[in-house]
Design a protein around this ligand. Structure first.
Ligand code: HEC
Length: 271
C-alpha cells in the first residue's frame, strides 16, 4: 500500500490510536519529538500542532509528509505514486473533473477528508441534545469540569484554541519551548495548545511530550504536580487545582462520556 494518508487508515480505531503511536516511531525508526494529536473537528481549529505552527488545514499535511522524522517523502514522489496508481486517477477525475493530479488538488482532497472527520455523537453530545442522561457520578464530574477545567478545555470542542503553560519544567533532552518557537516571544515560552478532550479515553499517552500514561496521572499533575514557582505559569493554575479522590473519580467518569463510537466505528474510515 502506498503511503498516502487516506487508505492508511485501515481500521476505525486506528483513526485515533496510531496518531499517538506515530509519535514514538516514524520513518526509518526515527522518533518524533511530540505526541501526535488525534485528528477530528479540525475545521474548527484556528491553529494546528502543539505550537500552532500551522494555521490552515490545507497546508497541514506538508510537514508530516516531508519531515525526515515523520513520513520522509517528497511531494513530487507522492504525486508520482498517485499518478501511477490504478485507483487514484479515477478518484481525482470524479472529484475534480479530470485525472490531473497535482499538489494543489492533493492538498485540497486531504483537507476535505480531514474536515470530514467530525466527533459530535458522544454520550456528552447526546445529553446536550436531550437524547440521553448522565449518571449521577458523570453529572458530578461535569459540574466539576465546568468549574475547574472548562476555562481552557472549552465546550463543545473542549479546547479554546489558546496556548497555555500548564506544565512541569521543560524536558532538558527535548528543550521544547512550545509556542515561543513559532512566535519568538519569551512570554510564550512553554506554552502549548490546549488539546481537545474529546475521545480522551482512546488517545493515551497524554500531553505534548506523551509523559502521562493515564488520565489519573494527568489529574494528579493538576492537583499536585504543577511547579507553581514557574514565572510564566498560566494564572488559572498558580494554586494548582484542588481535587479530592471522589471528584477525580467523577471527573474520569465524565471524561469517559466524551468517547464517540460513531466516529471510531465509522466504516467510511475503515478499509
Ligand atoms: C489553564 C488552562 C488549563 C486548565 C484550567 C486545564 N487544562 Fe488541561 N491542558 C491544558 C494544556 C495547555 C494542556 C497541554 C499541556 C502540554 O501538553 O504541555 C492540557 C492537557 C490536558 C490533558 C492531556 C490531553 C492530551 O490529549 O494530551 C488532559 C487529559 C487535561 N488537560 C485535562 C484537564 C482537566 C481534567 C482539567 C480540570 C481539572 C484541566 N485539564 C484544566 C490547559 C488547561
Amino acid at each position: 500500500m502506498e503511503i498516502f494518508l487516506v487508505p492508511a487508515v485501515t481500521s476505525s480505531l486506528l483513526l485515533l490510536l496510531p496518531m499517538t503511536m506515530i509519535s514514538a516511531m516514524a520513518f526509518d525508526n526515527a522518533f518524533t519529538t511530540r505526541n501526535s494529536p488525534a485528528l477530528f473537528n479540525l475545521a474548527w481549529m484556528t491553529k494546528m500542532h502543539w505550537d500552532g505552527g500551522i494555521n490552515h488545514i490545507e497546508v497541514q499535511p506538508l510537514t508530516p509528509l516531508t519531515a525526515q522524522n515523520k513520513i520522509a517523502e517528497t511531494i513530487e514522489n507522492v504525486l508520482s505514486k498517485l499518478r501511477t496508481d490504478t485507483v487514484y486517477p479515477k478518484l481525482f477525475k470524479y472529484a475534480f473533473g479530470n485525472t490531473d493530479i497535482n499538489s494543489q488538488r492533493m492538498l485540497k482532497a486531504l483537507a476535505q477528508f480531514m474536515g470530514s472527520i467530525i466527533s459530535s455523537n458522544s454520550k456528552y453530545d447526546k445529553v446536550q441534545r436531550g437524547e440521553a442522561s448522565f449518571t449521577s457520578t458523570e453529572q458530578n464530574g461535569y459540574a466539576f469540569f465546568k468549574a475547574k477545567c472548562d476555562a481552557c478545555h472549552k465546550e463543545p470542542l473542549f479546547t479554546d484554541n489558546s496556548f497555555r503553560n500548564s506544565r512541569l519544567a521543560a524536558n532538558p533532552l527535548l528543550n521544547d519551548l512550545g509556542r515561543m518557537g513559532i512566535s519568538n516571544d519569551k512570554n510564550d515560552s512553554l506554552k502549548f495548545k490546549v488539546p481537545s478532550l474529546r475521545n480522551i479515553m482512546l488517545t493515551f499517552p497524554y500531553s505534548h511530550d506523551g509523559k502521562f500514561y493515564s488520565l489519573s496521572a494527568v489529574i494528579d499533575h493538576y492537583r499536585t504536580g504543577i511547579i507553581t514557582s514557574q514565572p510564566i505559569l498560566d494564572r488559572l493554575l498558580v494554586n494548582r487545582i484542588a481535587i479530592t479522590n471522589t471528584e477525580k473519580n467523577d471527573l474520569i467518569n465524565f471524561l469517559n462520556t466524551l468517547t464517540d463510537t460513531t466516529l471510531t466505528k465509522a466504516t467510511r474510515f475503515s478499509k
